[in-house]
Design a protein around this ligand. Sequence first.
Ligand code: ARE
Ligand code: CA
Length: 491
Amino acid sequence: MPRAGRRRAAAALTSVVVGVVALSGCAGPAASPHPAQPDAGVQLFQRPWTSIATECAATIGPAGFAWVLTSPPQEHITGSQWWTSYQPVSYTLDSKLGTADEFAAMVDACNAAGVKVVVDAVINHMAGIDDGTGFAGTPFSHDDYPGLYTAADFHHCALTADDDISDYSSREQVQTCELSNLADLDTSSPTVRSTIASYLNGLLDLGVTGFRIDAAKHMAADDVAAIVEMLPKDTMIVSETIRGGAAEAVQPEEYTSIGRVLEFQYARDLSPQVEGGVLSDPLLEDPRPSHVASKDAVVFIDNHDTERGEASLTYRDRGRYLLANALMLADDYGTPLVYSGYAFTDNDAGAPQDDTGHVIGWTCDGVTGPHDAYDDGDGVCTEAWTAVAGMLEFRAYAGDAPRLPGVGDGTVYGFEREARGILLVNPSNDADTVTVRTGLPDGEYCDVISGGRAAAVDGGCRGTALIVDHGELTAAVPGIGALAIHVGDRP
Ligand code: ARE
Ligand code: CA
């Protein structure tokens, strides 16, 4: 199908799915508002295309995710580490995650399930090793990639002894030297820009919706903008610009005119509070200092880098990690990106591979929450957690209702999305009962943390039933637990 046709078809399918969600909302009480269009995404780190295709139909679409972020799809260096994906050798779609045909089939399957596909675009650099043969058989050396780039297409910054970035307070180093020895493309060059744009346009032709721009900080914002201008106007762009503090020369704000940015500060403020068991700090409420504007932000609790580094909560924290995700999904700040990777003890270890170097696929059948224990290589399957699906529904019903100031007592903290829903979390080990004022209409509700999406079934409730009476909600919140009710889920 030609590009325009495919893209139109994907848009039409999305609105059909949204329509179905809206209709099931109507089956409830007449007063229920319709849910808003989903906006949250899920990063499926190192998940093969055939697995993503299955998951889009089985869990991701039904859970109410709007988009999935894939790992990089281009040919890369060989090796068992996950990070080989971030050393491109060519733009051929033949990688440890699957073939071009499998990629195209995955995009079609996800679009058909109402899930848009956003691709991790590694365009700042090529490989970081001296030479080799790529996963699809392409021979290369550090700054020579046959038929694609020659030495003239790369920066050779000559600002540091080894041409590597050593000082993040120098804009010139950050953007024209090598990030960990990765051959740095001269993104100011018109030919480099158009080579990159043709790679990205090829992906859009397959029905992809947009891109995470890897290492965006390491390209001048003007260079990224010039490349994005060669793509269709509605292409979704999420720039990876790690907020590195005031001493750094390059700041995320420089990239917000191009699209959204990943706002790293969000998890840095939220997660330590959940981990420490005390949630009350006004940092979590408006106005949020040192964050980009809400409309410009994609937020997350962790990602593939931070779960191996700075993140204070990851899948290993099980219940508290779930609480942080619930708080993010309930929030009115930013576009949430849930993270789903695999268990590991060695930071470099890739997802399990077969003897051809392909990652062995996994699906999330039967997963309903964090596992009690993980073996290395186990899929975490966050996208299949009952509470995550429930909070995506909460989010849809919260729509554009503002987040009200925090409520709570003892170890329980929570907030209301005005008159639409309320979330209460208890990050301590012990259950705690609280009574809070709420603007939700009086009546019976069904908790979506324990009950999931459409927790109210057949006039009953699959989760914990809760009552709002005279504008008050009294609830026993389990230790390392949460309760969430919204106007769309009333038995
Ligand atoms: C690997 C080896 C290196 C080797 C290199 C070349 O680990 O030892 O020199 O290969 O052979 C990922 C891995 C890297 C890996 C790379 C290539 O994390 O370990 O290197 O793939 O295979 C900065 C950047 C930010 C970047 C992080 C990791 O600003 O863009 O570093 N994040 C993205 C991806 C990564 C990926 C890359 C970029 C490269 O998400 O997964 O690397 O494509 C402060 C600064 C930050 C800085 C941070 C860490 O916080 O504010 O800007 O992030 O320090 O240095
Ligand atoms: Ca660069």
